[in-house]
Design a protein around this ligand. Structure first.
Ligand code: BT5
Length: 324
């Protein structure tokens, strides 16, 4: 199952930017020294820069800008999340493909990822700007045995997993705005879109879409987003490895999701609350039924937002856009 390219990349990863001898590589791959050279050439064609020095061997100098399934799966420490990766250079929307794969029986933890989306979407068919090679545009297929009413919890769970991964990978501590935004310094860096394949009483698949702005420069954002959006690079001041971040997200997502299935939502809720920005504040919630003003009290055990209006009543908000 583990292909040649994956094992080659792992050998380079283990060498920590030092030379790996041709002898070592031929042992790892189980092939001749001549075949090693051919495999290196294949890597080079895909945009990897590999230095070759006589008697020293090979050294990986630079990885390509584009993502690759092999790279994501090399040193991925999960048991099911991301164990199947469907990668494409450019797609209309990773959500669409994930829906299709889920319908065809894709296994839980399958991810769909692209370097570019030409028709990336948010909630209510809004546009999600997804320029090439800069962000993480990924959809993940889950198959939880939970009632329909609990599926919004998965959006919150995913937000926690992403916040933790961003913190581990970049040192930045983002905050979460209910239900599906992750903000850094008040600007949106991540959006989450949770969609279902379900019947009245049972959930078949949950497709969780994540859009994460990673290496965009300010000029990469269209005018409409310039003041409201940011990227991890803009906040951290340096390039961030998309592959490392994806691996951290998949790992954290698997940990949280597994804990959630066995212990319920409560532990996730506590984590979520520790990262949330809106709690205790006066906010404006625009719902499809109208706009409600009130104080955000918190979320209940279903993941529903509780809003206390001026007359003291507590409204349950199932879906809305929040203004702080
Ligand atoms: C979201 O919707 O925030 C969910 C975004 C989900 C995107 C992922 S990418 C992988 C997967 N495939 C898809 O096609 N989608 C998912 P919503 O809360 O409705 O916010 C949408 C609004 O965010 C837009 O109307 C813009 O104002 C803003 N926006 C669009 N692109 C953005 C970006 N790259 N960064 C920050 N804000 C953006």
């Amino acid at each position: 199952k583990r292909n040649v390219k994956l094992r080659l990349l792992e050998a380079f990863a283990e060498s920590d930017q030092e030379f790996v001898s041709g002898q070592k590589i031929s042992e790892v791959l189980g092939c001749s020294r001549t075949a090693v050279w051919k495999h290196i050439e294949t890597l080079r064609k895909e945009g990897y820069e590999v230095e070759a020095v006589r008697r020293m061997g090979y050294r990986l100098i630079k990885k390509p800008e584009a993502l690759s399934a092999a790279e994501i799966q090399s040193s991925l420490s999960t048991s099911f999340m991301g164990q199947a990766v469907h990668y494409e250079k450019s797609v209309p929307s990773t959500q669409k493909i994930a829906h299709q794969l889920a319908g065809e029986g894709a296994s839980e933890g399958t991810i769909v990822i692209a370097d570019e989306q030409t028709e990336g979407r948010g909630r209510l068919s809004r546009v999600w700007h997804s320029p090439v090679n800069t962000g993480i545009w990924m959809s993940c297929i889950l198959k939880p045995k939970i009632p329909l009413s609990q599926t919004p919890q998965l959006t919150l769970l995913t937000a926690v997993a992403i916040v933790q991964a961003i913190e581990e990978t970049t040192g930045i501590l983002p905050s979460i705005k209910w239900p599906n935004d992750i903000l850094i310094n008040g600007k949106k860096a991540v959006g989450i879109l949770t969609e279902l394949q379900a019947e009245a009483d049972s959930v078949h698949s949950v497709i969780i879409g994540m859009g994460i702005n990673v290496n965009q420069e300010a000029r990469d954002f269209p005018d409409a987003l310039k003041t409201i959006a940011t990227s991890l690079k803009l906040e951290a001041g340096n390039d961030i490895s998309r592959t490392s971040l994806i691996q951290a997200i998949l790992y954290n997502l698997e940990q949280l999701y597994t804990a959630y299935l066995s212990a319920g939502f409560h532990p996730v809720k506590l984590l979520w609350e520790s990262y949330a920005v809106s709690l205790g504040r006066e906010i404006k919630a625009r719902t499809l039924q109208g706009t409600i003003y009130g104080k955000a009290l918190g979320i209940n055990d279903e993941g529903v937002l509780l809003l206390q209006t001026a007359d003291g009543t507590v409204e349950k908000i199932y879906s809305a856009d929040i203004e702080l």
